[in-house]
Design a binder for this molecule. Structure first.
Ligand SMILES: [Zn+2]
Ligand SMILES: [Zn+2]
Length: 137
């Protein structure tokens, strides 16, 4: 995907800062929050503010190139993977990892049990990641 083209097509200006913000999230498996992205870009873009990162991520969410995760934390996390998938968060180190899951099966289950027409599925797990398990042993 050419992010510059997607921005342009949606009527947004292509700026070096917007491209840089996208660069930090693209294929980043760590589900960073705005603060993480801000810290990553600080050395190269000292004039960029945290507010700019938030606003830029809002635009990316609006045009559908990132997914905003509602974690049980204060800050939203961002995910370049916009395909439906679930997440598991480590309660020790706060790492968030993708969980592949068949949403169609879950949607069908919910629809059958409740009679609802299902729009979205949002599932999150918490646990202790493999590295933290090792540390605790
Ligand atoms: Zn952990
Ligand atoms: Zn994810």
């Amino acid at each position: 995907m050419d992010i510059a083209e997607v921005l342009r097509k949606n009527g947004y200006k292509v700026t070096p800062q917007r491209l840089a913000v996208f660069g930090t999230i693209d294929h980043n498996p760590n589900h960073p929050n705005a603060e993480d992205i801000y810290k990553t870009l600080q050395p190269r873009y000292p004039s960029m503010s945290l507010a700019t990162v938030y606003k830029t991520m809002e635009i990316f969410a609006k045009i559908g190139v990132v997914q905003v995760l509602q974690c049980e934390e204060d800050a939203h996390r961002y995910d370049f993977n916009t395909h439906p998938h679930a997440h598991i968060r480590c309660v020790r180190c706060n790492r968030v990892v993708d969980v592949d899951m068949d949403r169609d099966v879950l949607s069908k289950l919910a629809a059958e049990q409740t009679g609802f027409k299902v729009n979205t599925v949002s599932i999150s797990f918490t646990g202790v990641c493999t590295e933290c398990q090792k540390k605790e042993q």
